[in-house]
Design a protein around this ligand. Structure first.
Ligand code: HEC
Length: 144
Protein backbone atom coordinates (compact mmCIF):
# COMPACT_ATOMS: atom_id res chain seq x y z
CA UNK A 1 0.00 0.00 0.00
CA UNK A 2 2.69 2.48 1.06
CA UNK A 3 4.89 1.52 -1.87
CA UNK A 4 2.02 2.13 -4.25
CA UNK A 5 1.42 5.55 -2.82
CA UNK A 6 5.09 6.45 -3.22
CA UNK A 7 4.88 5.29 -6.83
CA UNK A 8 1.87 7.53 -7.43
CA UNK A 9 3.58 10.51 -5.89
CA UNK A 10 6.66 9.91 -8.02
CA UNK A 11 4.53 9.60 -11.13
CA UNK A 12 2.64 12.78 -10.35
CA UNK A 13 5.93 14.61 -9.86
CA UNK A 14 7.24 13.30 -13.17
CA UNK A 15 4.09 14.33 -14.98
CA UNK A 16 4.23 17.81 -13.50
CA UNK A 17 7.87 18.14 -14.53
CA UNK A 18 7.07 17.00 -18.06
CA UNK A 19 4.14 19.38 -18.37
CA UNK A 20 5.98 22.46 -17.11
CA UNK A 21 7.86 23.31 -20.33
CA UNK A 22 4.69 22.78 -22.37
CA UNK A 23 2.83 25.20 -20.17
CA UNK A 24 5.53 27.84 -20.62
CA UNK A 25 5.34 27.39 -24.37
CA UNK A 26 1.60 27.79 -24.37
CA UNK A 27 1.39 30.89 -22.21
CA UNK A 28 0.25 33.65 -24.56
CA UNK A 29 2.63 36.61 -24.74
CA UNK A 30 1.39 40.08 -23.85
CA UNK A 31 0.88 42.38 -26.83
CA UNK A 32 3.18 45.37 -26.58
CA UNK A 33 1.61 48.78 -27.14
CA UNK A 34 4.85 50.66 -27.88
CA UNK A 35 5.83 48.12 -30.53
CA UNK A 36 2.37 48.42 -32.07
CA UNK A 37 2.55 52.20 -32.16
CA UNK A 38 6.08 52.46 -33.57
CA UNK A 39 6.23 49.46 -35.92
CA UNK A 40 2.78 48.06 -36.68
CA UNK A 41 0.77 51.21 -37.30
CA UNK A 42 3.11 52.45 -40.08
CA UNK A 43 2.36 49.21 -41.98
CA UNK A 44 -1.27 50.30 -42.20
CA UNK A 45 -0.29 53.65 -43.71
CA UNK A 46 2.35 52.38 -46.10
CA UNK A 47 1.79 52.14 -49.84
CA UNK A 48 2.62 48.73 -51.35
CA UNK A 49 3.16 48.32 -55.08
CA UNK A 50 -0.06 47.48 -56.87
CA UNK A 51 -2.13 47.85 -53.70
CA UNK A 52 -4.18 50.48 -51.98
CA UNK A 53 -3.05 51.37 -48.47
CA UNK A 54 -4.87 49.55 -45.64
CA UNK A 55 -5.79 52.92 -44.20
CA UNK A 56 -7.65 54.04 -47.32
CA UNK A 57 -10.23 51.27 -46.97
CA UNK A 58 -10.10 50.66 -43.25
CA UNK A 59 -10.34 54.17 -41.76
CA UNK A 60 -13.71 54.08 -39.96
CA UNK A 61 -14.62 51.03 -42.04
CA UNK A 62 -17.72 49.01 -41.30
CA UNK A 63 -15.84 45.74 -40.75
CA UNK A 64 -13.89 44.56 -37.71
CA UNK A 65 -10.58 46.07 -38.88
CA UNK A 66 -11.52 49.67 -38.22
CA UNK A 67 -8.74 52.24 -37.94
CA UNK A 68 -9.21 55.70 -36.46
CA UNK A 69 -9.39 58.53 -38.99
CA UNK A 70 -6.28 60.75 -38.97
CA UNK A 71 -6.75 64.38 -38.03
CA UNK A 72 -6.53 66.72 -41.04
CA UNK A 73 -2.88 67.20 -41.96
CA UNK A 74 -1.62 64.55 -39.52
CA UNK A 75 0.72 61.88 -40.90
CA UNK A 76 0.15 59.54 -37.97
CA UNK A 77 -2.29 58.84 -35.14
CA UNK A 78 -2.41 60.69 -31.84
CA UNK A 79 -1.72 58.86 -28.59
CA UNK A 80 -5.44 58.47 -27.90
CA UNK A 81 -6.16 57.22 -31.41
CA UNK A 82 -3.21 54.82 -31.26
CA UNK A 83 -4.62 53.33 -28.05
CA UNK A 84 -7.95 52.78 -29.82
CA UNK A 85 -6.25 51.20 -32.84
CA UNK A 86 -4.30 48.97 -30.46
CA UNK A 87 -7.48 47.80 -28.74
CA UNK A 88 -9.21 47.18 -32.07
CA UNK A 89 -6.25 45.27 -33.58
CA UNK A 90 -5.68 43.26 -30.40
CA UNK A 91 -9.00 41.48 -30.74
CA UNK A 92 -8.16 40.48 -34.32
CA UNK A 93 -5.13 38.45 -33.25
CA UNK A 94 -4.37 35.40 -31.14
CA UNK A 95 -1.31 36.35 -29.10
CA UNK A 96 1.53 33.93 -29.80
CA UNK A 97 -0.15 32.54 -32.91
CA UNK A 98 0.20 34.66 -36.08
CA UNK A 99 -1.00 31.72 -38.20
CA UNK A 100 -4.51 31.90 -36.81
CA UNK A 101 -4.70 35.67 -36.42
CA UNK A 102 -7.30 37.31 -38.64
CA UNK A 103 -5.34 40.54 -38.95
CA UNK A 104 -2.49 38.58 -40.54
CA UNK A 105 -4.48 36.01 -42.49
CA UNK A 106 -6.91 38.31 -44.26
CA UNK A 107 -4.31 40.30 -46.25
CA UNK A 108 -2.01 37.29 -46.87
CA UNK A 109 -2.04 35.46 -50.24
CA UNK A 110 -4.06 32.20 -49.99
CA UNK A 111 -1.22 30.11 -51.42
CA UNK A 112 0.96 31.37 -48.56
CA UNK A 113 -1.65 30.24 -46.03
CA UNK A 114 -3.85 33.33 -46.03
CA UNK A 115 -7.63 33.58 -46.17
CA UNK A 116 -9.27 32.88 -49.50
CA UNK A 117 -10.86 36.25 -50.08
CA UNK A 118 -10.06 39.82 -49.07
CA UNK A 119 -11.48 42.82 -50.93
CA UNK A 120 -8.23 44.61 -50.13
CA UNK A 121 -6.23 42.04 -52.05
CA UNK A 122 -3.18 39.94 -51.33
CA UNK A 123 -1.17 42.65 -49.69
CA UNK A 124 1.46 40.18 -48.55
CA UNK A 125 2.59 37.58 -51.09
CA UNK A 126 4.22 35.46 -48.39
CA UNK A 127 5.12 35.26 -44.74
CA UNK A 128 8.60 36.45 -45.71
CA UNK A 129 7.26 39.91 -46.47
CA UNK A 130 9.05 42.22 -43.99
CA UNK A 131 5.78 43.95 -43.12
CA UNK A 132 3.97 40.68 -42.50
CA UNK A 133 6.87 39.78 -40.22
CA UNK A 134 6.40 43.00 -38.26
CA UNK A 135 2.77 42.03 -37.64
CA UNK A 136 3.87 38.51 -36.66
CA UNK A 137 6.53 39.84 -34.29
CA UNK A 138 3.93 41.98 -32.56
CA UNK A 139 1.57 38.99 -32.20
CA UNK A 140 4.49 37.05 -30.71
CA UNK A 141 4.92 39.65 -28.00
CA UNK A 142 7.98 41.45 -29.42
CA UNK A 143 8.93 44.65 -27.60
CA UNK A 144 10.84 47.69 -28.87
C1 HEC B 1 -9.28 48.18 -51.35
C2 HEC B 1 -9.75 48.24 -50.00
C3 HEC B 1 -8.98 47.49 -48.92
C4 HEC B 1 -7.63 47.54 -48.64
C5 HEC B 1 -6.57 48.33 -49.33
C6 HEC B 1 -7.42 46.67 -47.50
N1 HEC B 1 -8.59 46.10 -47.11
FE1 HEC B 1 -8.86 44.81 -45.60
N2 HEC B 1 -10.81 44.63 -46.06
C7 HEC B 1 -11.48 45.37 -47.02
C8 HEC B 1 -12.90 45.03 -47.00
C9 HEC B 1 -13.99 45.62 -47.90
C10 HEC B 1 -13.06 44.06 -46.00
C11 HEC B 1 -14.34 43.32 -45.58
C12 HEC B 1 -14.71 42.25 -46.58
C13 HEC B 1 -13.54 41.37 -46.90
O1 HEC B 1 -13.03 40.67 -46.03
O2 HEC B 1 -13.11 41.42 -48.06
C14 HEC B 1 -11.74 43.84 -45.43
C15 HEC B 1 -11.49 42.97 -44.40
C16 HEC B 1 -10.30 42.94 -43.68
C17 HEC B 1 -10.11 42.20 -42.45
C18 HEC B 1 -11.17 41.35 -41.75
C19 HEC B 1 -12.07 42.25 -40.95
C20 HEC B 1 -13.26 41.51 -40.40
O3 HEC B 1 -14.34 42.12 -40.29
O4 HEC B 1 -13.11 40.36 -40.03
C21 HEC B 1 -8.83 42.43 -42.05
C22 HEC B 1 -8.17 41.90 -40.81
C23 HEC B 1 -8.22 43.29 -43.03
N3 HEC B 1 -9.14 43.58 -44.02
C24 HEC B 1 -6.92 43.73 -42.97
C25 HEC B 1 -6.33 44.54 -43.93
C26 HEC B 1 -4.94 44.95 -43.89
C27 HEC B 1 -3.98 44.60 -42.77
C28 HEC B 1 -4.72 45.70 -44.98
C29 HEC B 1 -3.45 46.30 -45.45
C30 HEC B 1 -2.26 45.46 -45.40
C31 HEC B 1 -5.98 45.77 -45.72
N4 HEC B 1 -6.93 45.05 -45.05
C32 HEC B 1 -6.19 46.46 -46.89
C33 HEC B 1 -10.92 46.27 -47.88
C34 HEC B 1 -9.57 46.59 -47.94
Amino acid sequence: MAARRVKLVVMAALLAAAAAPLMTLRAAPALDYEFFKARVQPVFLQKRDGHTRCYVCHAESNNAFRLERLSPGASTWSEEQSRKNFGMASILVNPGDPETSRLLQQPLAPEAGGNVFHSGGRQFASKDDPNWKILADWVNGEKL
